[in-house]
Design a protein around this ligand. Sequence first.
Ligand SMILES: NC(=O)C1=CN([C@@H]2O[C@H](COP(=O)(O)OP(=O)(O)OC[C@H]3O[C@@H](n4cnc5c(N)ncnc54)[C@H](O)[C@@H]3O)[C@@H](O)[C@H]2O)[C@@H](O)CC1
Ligand SMILES: Nc1ncnc2c1ncn2[C@@H]1O[C@H](COP(=O)(O)OP(=O)(O)O)[C@@H](O)[C@H]1O
Length: 526
Amino acid sequence: MERIVPIGNGTKGAARRWPLYGSAASRAIERQAAEGLPPHALMQRAGQAVARLARAWRPHARRVLVVTGGGNNGGDGWLAAALLQRHLRGIPGASVQVWPLGPTARMPDDARWAWAEARAAGVDVIEAPTPPATPADLIIDAVFGLGLSRPVDGPARDALRWLHGCPVPTLCVDLASGLDADTGHWWIDAPPQPGGPRITLSLLTLKSGLFTGLGRACAGEAIWFDDLGVAPAPQHAPDAWLATPSRWPDVPALRRAHASHKGSRGDVVVVGGQLPSASDGVGMAGAAVLAARAALRAGAGRVYVGLLNGEATLPPWDGGQPALMLRTAQAVLASALPEQAVVVAGCGGGASMAEVLPALLARAPRLVLDADALNALGPAAREGARSPAAPGDPWALRRAAGWRTVLTPHPLEAARLLGTDVAGVQADRLGAARALAHRLGATIVLKGSGTVIAAPDGAPIVNASGDGLLASAGTGDVLAGLIGARLAHGDANDLPAAIAEAVAAHGGLTQRWTGAWPPTATDLLD
Ligand SMILES: NC(=O)C1=CN([C@@H]2O[C@H](COP(=O)(O)OP(=O)(O)OC[C@H]3O[C@@H](n4cnc5c(N)ncnc54)[C@H](O)[C@@H]3O)[C@@H](O)[C@H]2O)[C@@H](O)CC1
Ligand SMILES: Nc1ncnc2c1ncn2[C@@H]1O[C@H](COP(=O)(O)OP(=O)(O)O)[C@@H](O)[C@H]1O
């Protein structure tokens, strides 16, 4: 059994990728494993793992309530109840109660066997439609796991609303009941915020839905994993990969590179940051400066900022980071920077972004598109790869030339590109990122809790670092700058993996934060 998140303090430790599986692949792995094992072996291992973690997490819990459903997730709960009952037997005041939601008569074989074990162990079964009045020190949520793929209503919904709002430490078996294993969609019409401390133990496989969408919000403070002694066969391809942690930027390696110079670290140019004009008074230069500062902080050799709106007066320098080279976007376009540097375009670009975007698409072999550059993408991008491509279609030209295009949308920007809404994107973030990657032949970084990095080929990567402290203006600009710096460092043959390093490092910035006040985007770069 291993703890997967939160990532330990050794964030610079060995990078490890975990395979993530959806429900179909998990079931296939389970079927194949079960064929080679004695009856009920997997459920026995699952129940043992649940009981072991429950005891380790809450060693002083005396009154345990196990809430079970009618499938094998419930079966895991029944067996854990049997084992905890044996462990607590004879301790004054100790009790293990099971509250089954719905009839136990039609349970699958494994679960029926576990139910019989629990009855034989003498667990107390609550036969009531309403939650037990007896207080518990620990709740085990074993209602739904892989088997949930539609909204929960009726008595089950009421019970789950009670369970999730309960201020009692709760261990979720496989998944918090209500969470979709594939997507991280939440199937209950009540907020997924846990009422008390909570952890989740994923069994057999790590499910994709645990790490993106509402997965992390529902799973609690830690996600544990027990593979039940099963190694998936190679034919079971992962649906995604969990990336944790990042070794980049590798400060010791930069220190050791005695023969290096600023040119060998690579150049980044940020094009964006609309300066306020006399007519509209709207300025967003700070976003471009944040991206540029992030690129510089992460070790890019030279960082330029091309600010938009030539009518306005260009600030002479950035007082916080005078090493940045400020100029107008027109000056950038008049130079060879689009060809030579990694171009990060869009941060704070506003409506002016549309004026420079066509030139950047046509000239920049390494291009990161964020924010207003995404909003300025024309119908060619929305329609995606056309066959045959219209003459001059920049996307077709970029694909043909093997140029690198990275898009970093947040869910609303992704929704605009896909012609859907935020709910549509969030309901299946892996699917949305894959769809955009296919459509554009580009690498997509779909931001949010469990950022998804998807290329046109291969399984997406899901980022495990970061938390709610990132939810403030400007942190996305910082990410765009970090991705720019990572690409400028070279050695990005595996583009999604290189981007995942930058995304993981970005999330790691909040992990280091110890201040009493939440950090601003600038604080993250101190
Ligand atoms: N069989 C085994 O040996 C193993 C089983 N495992 C456990 O088994 C789980 C999967 O078991 P199942 O496939 O039986 O699925 P679940 O137990 O997750 O769910 C199936 C049950 O939920 C009910 N249900 C589904 N959607 C509902 C809705 N919207 N409203 C009300 N009821 C609903 C179904 O009628 C059925 O009773 C895994 O998540 C895991 O916890 C794992 O421990 C691996 C080993
Ligand atoms: N709850 C969260 N958990 C993890 N990461 C988050 C969370 N909220 C925001 N982020 C991250 O913060 C960044 C916000 O980016 P974005 O929405 O573009 O903001 P802005 O445009 O203001 O900079 C993204 O990298 C996103 O993944």
